[in-house]
Design a protein around this ligand. Structure first.
Ligand code: TTP
Ligand code: MG
Ligand code: MG
Length: 402
């Protein structure tokens, strides 16, 4: 399908699909009928913002992130993607693929402002908004509170407003559940729209590679490949028992998803499960004083986040990644909640002291508070620290750092 293709194109794809594969719209029904879900995702988000604000970057292969040391690409412009440059790729590798790649450091404050702005636009159409990261969200527009008439029209209005108010483009997926809406928003990127109508879900999913499914990470996709599962159709052919054996708690979700069924509601106020932060060092460290000082700096940043989220948690986890990339985590829980920054730091240091002297230097340290009781609304944000020495955000789902 071409970008911005009219929704009818979906029908065209469906026409040659296997007629025996049908999903059951009724299975997706919420009380009162099928839901109408929109998934919106900004195009090449950080990179587009940099190109918007610096015209000299337009049309160039651009990576947002640090080019030096262990930097990774946070975002790649569509020009850079032609060379195979992708998010989460080490910058050095990206430069080998695209020697003319231009780098810019991320400006999280700007991205956060834009994120707030797009959420305000969404809120004009529905109160049921579930942000997944700074640049994307699910919207439940079943109620059509402004009487616009169709979810597709609402998605178009939102895309137009993002373009006119922010001078940026977003892609939208419209469907009757979250799983399909998210697949659809990716379908015609950039600046595209795709609608998957009731009854079309299973056929749509059948032809897609499993790595495009939300929840199937690169490792999950590799595991599926080893089992001979490349597409939605392959996955659908496997009995639930087999999926349970290999994919545990995810099996039921996958089993239903490939049938176009997903009952998860759009959750406007998702509970945060943990809050933390971590640092990757430009040079590995191992000395006690350097480790303690680093831990104090992480405590400062993470405790700020804990306070601003009004979070109360019982478990503190220290995480370290050694020079050889092996990972070590140590956790301790208190009976009630970690009351103060001093307590938080004390537990962190106790966990660290027990591990000293380290068997080898570390390249990363992180500290998290979990078993949270009452954190405020908790969209996962994407604020990975591509730069060496940056402090990243454990809420970063896409880099899945914690
Ligand atoms: P995505 O929406 O995954 O990607 P994107 O907006 O850059 O491109 P697309 O057009 O395919 O949607 O992520 C949004 C932003 O999150 C991205 O611009 C930078 C940041 N990010 C990271 O910092 N690390 C990552 O690994 C990924 C995937 C994204
Ligand atoms: Mg995006
Ligand atoms: Mg996104």
């Amino acid at each position: 399908m071409t970008k911005g293709a009219p929704p009818d194109n979906v029908g065209a794809v469906m026409a040659d699909a296997n007629p025996n594969i049908t999903d059951e719209p009724a299975e997706n029904a919420a009380p009162g009928g099928l839901r109408k879900i929109i998934h919106i995702d900004m195009d090449a988000f950080f990179a587009s913002v940099e190109q918007r604000d610096d015209p000299s970057l337009r049309g160039l292969p651009l990576a947002v992130g640090s080019a030096t040391g262990r930097g990774v690409v946070a975002a790649a412009s569509y020009e850079a993607r032609k060379f195979g440059v992708r998010s989460a790729m080490p910058s050095q590798r990206a430069l080998r693929l695209c020697p003319d790649l231009v780098f810019r450091m991320p400006r999280f404050d700007v991205y956060r402002d834009i994120s707030r702005h797009i959420r305000a636009i969404f809120a004009d159409y529905t109160p049921i908004i579930e942000p997944l990261s700074l640049d994307e969200a699910y919207l439940d527009v079943t109620a059509d509170m402004r009487g616009i008439g169709s979810a597709t029209r609402i998605a178009e209005l939102i895309r137009e407003r993002i373009r006119s108010e922010l001078n940026l483009t977003a892609s939208a997926g419209v469907s009757y559940n979250k799983f399909l809406a998210k697949l659809a928003s990716d379908q015609n990127k950039p600046d595209g729209l795709c609608v998957i109508r009731p009854g079309e879900g299973a056929q749509f999913v059948a032809g897609l590679p499993v790595r495009r499914f939300h929840g199937v990470g690169p490792r999950g996709a590799e595991k599926m490949a080893r089992l001979g599962i490349e597409t939605g159709e392959d996955l659908r052919a496997r009995p639930i028992e087999v999926l349970r054996e290999h994919f545990g708690s995810q099996a039921d979700y996958l089993y239903r998803a490939v049938r176009g069924i997903d009952l998860r509601p759009v959750q406007a106020h998702r509970r945060r499960k943990s809050l933390g932060g971590e640092r990757t060092f430009a040079h590995d460290i191992s000395s006690g004083p350097a480790l303690r000082e680093t831990l104090d700096r992480i405590v400062d940043i993470v405790w700020d986040r804990i306070e601003s989220a009004n979070a109360h948690g019982r478990t503190v986890t220290l995480k370290m990644r050694f020079a050889d990339f092996t990972l070590l985590t140590r956790a301790r829980s208190v009976e009630h909640v970690v009351e103060s920054k001093t307590d938080f730091a004390r537990i962190g240091h106790a966990l660290l002291d027990e591990l000293l002297p380290l068997p080898q230097p570390i390249r990363l340290m992180g500290l998290t508070l979990s078993s949270l009781e009452g954190a405020d609304e908790a969209p996962e944000t994407v604020e990975g620290a591509p730069a060496a020495n940056g402090t990243s955000d454990s809420r970063n789902a896409q880099l899945s750092l914690f």
